[in-house]
Design a protein around this ligand. Sequence first.
Ligand SMILES: NC(=O)c1ccc[n+]([C@@H]2O[C@H](COP(=O)([O-])OP(=O)(O)OC[C@H]3O[C@@H](n4cnc5c(N)ncnc54)[C@H](OP(=O)(O)O)[C@@H]3O)[C@@H](O)[C@H]2O)c1
Length: 333
Amino acid sequence: MDDIDFRAMVVTETAEKKFTREIKQRQINDLPDGDVLINVQYSSLNYKDALSASGNKGVTRKYPHTPGIDAAGVVSDSKSPDFKLGEQVLVTGYDLGMNTSGGYAEYIRVPAHWVVKLPQNLTLRESMVYGTAGFTAALSCFKLINSGVTPDKGPVLVTGATGGVGSIATAILAKSGYEVVAVNGIVDEAEYLLQLGAKEVINIADADDQSGRPLLKPRWAGAIDTVAGNLLSTAIKTTQYGGAVTCCGNVGSTELHSSIFPFILNGITLLGIDSVNCPVDMRMQVWNRVASDWKLEHLDKITTELPSLEALDERIELILAGKSRGRAIVKIP
Ligand SMILES: NC(=O)c1ccc[n+]([C@@H]2O[C@H](COP(=O)([O-])OP(=O)(O)OC[C@H]3O[C@@H](n4cnc5c(N)ncnc54)[C@H](OP(=O)(O)O)[C@@H]3O)[C@@H](O)[C@H]2O)c1
């Protein structure tokens, strides 16, 4: 098995400190040790992949490297009693595609505790339409709902709503009966957001308080934030008594400035979202919701499927230029 050749994207650092991307032949014994060898059928594209594929050392320290933080496929070899040959599985998060050879390849080899059995009622392809972004969206909804935010309590705000995380969070909440107010920024995507199920679309200025006041008139039962900075502070101070706000991303900023008043006077809960090391029991609960009552019927509306590893290059550039919308997956023949 170890001498089988397979195809993979390989990002290499040149002597001039530039980074090149090529599709190359690799061998199974080039892969890191691990319990489960997976023949990858689909992977997906996330912002973190674009960073890893373009030489961002905050994501990937050493090159040559194969990116791809998500992978779905079939078990080809297993040292773990939990996974048998031919079983359909998926991997998102942990170190996959960061400093461990990732999903932009026909094979990955990973520790057993990273591997999730594909839930019933979800195909390998669908699991990658969700991928890390969709899992993060679902985890945000899971935590928000478990904190007691119910549809009857009022509207829920979603920031960065046209992005991978925001699109799927909007659709899951709408499907679950929530009135979603989606924040749309630079490019007018109101039609797209309404199709996903948003009840109302507002612009950034309407969700970006400049008054400096510690508390504002309550508008939301809860909020899912992917942007951070002043949009997150505004969400916190406009959430009603007892509500909750999730925080997963930093597309706008890595800062959060807030007084303590929303927390000590309104009892607001701030929920941190980490999809990377999310414990396996919660991971399984979230994937099972994704495959059942949160399963989205019109995923193709938000999905671009790339036919091969070769097609990744162009899409990576699009993500780096901030011009991608929704989700992109890649089929690995
Ligand atoms: N915590 C975790 O485990 C985890 C996992 C996955 C992703 N993330 C993070 O979550 C965030 C969202 O990921 P994503 O995949 O959804 O990203 P994305 O697809 O790039 O979307 C981000 C969206 O944010 C909006 N936006 C961009 N710049 C903005 C700004 N300055 N102010 C307000 N809105 C802005 C854009 O919408 P408009 O065009 O409408 O402006 C864009 O569609 C990222 O920071 C990512 O790193 C975290």
